[in-house]
Write a protein that binds this ligand. Structure first.
Ligand code: PXL
Length: 279
């Protein structure tokens, strides 16, 4: 069994970050070690959420693991609250990552052309430096644009996506995967670039006319879980994009859906079946 360390916040209620990464990675068959960076009552789209920063716990916790001799097959980072926290996470990666470790970074900080309320451009640049030491990064177009300085566009063509991908690998990431990429009318998916071979890969499925919070975290968790099971990058983004789309579809047809997240729990059995079938 592969052991993965995921470093992100716990939004106790809200179906994002650790509360989706942990169940999805477990469902995909991985031992999942969590390093919570903060505890929030909910994610930050709720009004009046509480936050308890746990930054000062990251070093003692990881030191304990190091003293016990633990190693990780992958380190997967998501939403990180502050620039200082990103620096600490970089040190943890340097401490634990070997040539065999998959370092997977989701610089979750922005969407639809805007940074989340807690963040500014300096924070985005700090996230760019974390992406620089990663094997695989999975920003959306907004995050890529803030990190690289390439202008954000709502309507674009494949050349724009390639420009963004090249700028992302120039940050230092070995493979960049842009999410939420639409390469033709009515389609959406992801497109990636391998910095070593210069090879592009892309997967598109039908766009479902609905958007929900937390779907980026779901996509990332499934990509990293599939990569760790040995699937190719193309197969991993296909499995994750199809699972995310199916989940959005189930959610929009649920009259009792919560506003703050998707019904990813309902589609976990299908995800497991898919990866078993094409293994
Ligand atoms: O889904 C990304 C995410 C993770 N954690 C917290 C968030 C968000 C997005 O808003 O607020 C606390």
């Amino acid at each position: 069994m592969k052991r993965i360390l995921t470093i992100q916040d716990i939004s106790c209620l809200g179906k994002c970050s650790l509360t989706v990464a942990l169940p999805l990675l477990s469902a995909l068959g991985h031992e999942t070690v969590i390093l919570p960076t903060a505890v929030l009552s909910t994610h930050t789209m709720f009004e009046g959420f509480t936050v308890k920063d746990l930054s000062d716990q990251l070093e003692p916790i990881t030191k304990h693991w190091k003293d016990q001799g633990f190693k990780f097959d992958a380190i997967y980072t998501g939403y990180l609250g502050t620039e200082e926290e990103i620096e600490t996470v970089k040190s943890i990666i340097k401490e634990f990552a070997t040539d065999e470790t998959l370092v997977f970074v989701d610089p979750a900080m922005a969407d639809n052309g805007k940074l989340y309320p807690a963040f500014d451009l300096k924070y985005a640049k700090k996230n760019a430096s974390l992406c620089g030491i990663a094997d695989v990064i999975v920003p959306n177009i907004t995050e890529a644009s803030f990190m690289t300085g390439v202008e954000y566009k709502e309507t674009y063509d494949e050349n724009y996506v390639k420009t963004l991908l090249k700028a992302l690998v120039d940050l230092g990431a070995k493979t960049a995967i842009l999410t939420g990429v639409s390469l033709s009318e009515g389609k959406t998916g992801a497109m990636g670039l391998d910095s070593k071979t210069g090879e592009y890969f892309a997967y598109q499925n039908d766009r479902i006319p609905a958007a929900y919070h937390g779907t980026g975290d779901i996509f990332s968790s499934v990509v990293v879980g599939a990569l760790l099971r040995g699937f190719s990058r193309y197969d991993s983004i296909k499995i994750a994009a199809d699972y995310t789309a199916k989940t959005i579809d189930i959610t929009r047809n649920n009259p009792e859906k919560p506003w703050y997240g998707v019904d990813f729990e309902a589609t976990i059995p299908e995800l497991v079946e898919t990866v078993e079938k094409i293994k």
